[in-house]
Design a protein around this ligand. Structure first.
Ligand SMILES: C[S@@+](CC[C@H](N)C(=O)[O-])C[C@H]1O[C@@H](n2cnc3c(N)ncnc32)[C@H](O)[C@@H]1O
Length: 238
């Protein structure tokens, strides 16, 4: 089976029928990903079918929460090569997406992706999450903050929850075993103004990989002293 069929079939089994224009964007995205990955380190996943399943299809699974419907403002923290933000934008063009990463080479790559794919209402920012969310124009401005494979949930909560407006959501994309991490993060989530609403386990199509989506609602404003500076969210999680 060719790799693009994996993407088409896998998406279909999640309930997303990709249009020709979207498929072409994924083809171009994969081409750029493979080309740039030879010059700068973007991902260790380079096999065609694995890119389809572990990067593209996995990035679409948050849509199953139903929280992305309509014109939502989304920020993807530690987006790396654009996951999950770019695939979400490709199939939900109405989303307004901010991609954030602390590594400038990846931001340069993402700007090339944005321009080659002709994506609008999407920006790539080079900064650390804990610095950007202290700026008024980014703090508590987003309907959803999403993040995959960046930090443990307690640290990640301090990176992500400050970006979310009250009534919005922080969605953490994690592996199958999240109970320990959830327990360890109870304190951080509460202090930062969040409340765990749901946990969805998803088996990626055409694989036996189970992933979870932790869905945290922002129920209260984040106290102004968070996020803490000087690497504290990571060195000394709440
Ligand atoms: C393992 S990669 C994951 C990339 C992508 N989300 C994915 O799932 O393929 C983690 C990324 O998070 C970025 N990162 C780590 N800490 C960060 C921070 N405090 N603020 C912004 N980006 C950060 C790194 O530069 C890296 O690109």
């Amino acid at each position: 089976m060719s790799s693009i069929e994996t993407l088409i079939e896998g998406s279909k089994s999640l309930g997303f029928e990709l249009k020709e224009e979207e498929i072409n964007k994924f083809i171009e995205y994969k081409k750029l990903l493979k080309e740039w990955n030879e010059k700068i380190n973007i991902t260790s996943i380079t096999d065609d079918i694995e890119i389809d399943i572990k990067h593209f299809i996995d990035s679409l699974t948050p849509l199953l929460t139903g929280l992305f419907n309509g014109k939502k403002k989304i920020i993807d923290i530690g987006t790396g090569g654009g996951f999950p933000g770019v695939p979400l934008k490709i199939i939900r063009n109405e989303l307004d997406i901010t991609l954030l990463d602390s590594l400038n080479k990846r931001i340069t790559f993402l700007n090339e992706v944005i321009s080659s794919l002709g994506l609008k209402e999407i920006e790539a920012i080079h900064k650390r999450a804990e610095e950007l969310s202290r700026k008024e124009e980014y703090r508590e401005q987003y309907d959803i903050c999403i993040s995959r494979a960046v930090a443990s949930l307690n640290t990640l909560s301090e990176y992500c929850i400050p970006f979310v407006k009250k009534g919005g959501y922080f969605i953490s994309m994690k592996g199958p075993d999240v109970e320990g991490e959830l327990k360890e993060s109870e304190n951080a989530i509460k202090i930062l103004g969040g409340k765990v609403r749901d946990k969805k386990i998803i088996t990626l199509p055409m694989s036996e990989i189970n992933h979870s989506l932790i869905i945290i609602e922002k129920v209260k404003e984040t106290p102004t002293k968070y996020p803490r500076a000087g690497g504290k969210p990571k060195k000394n999680p709440l």
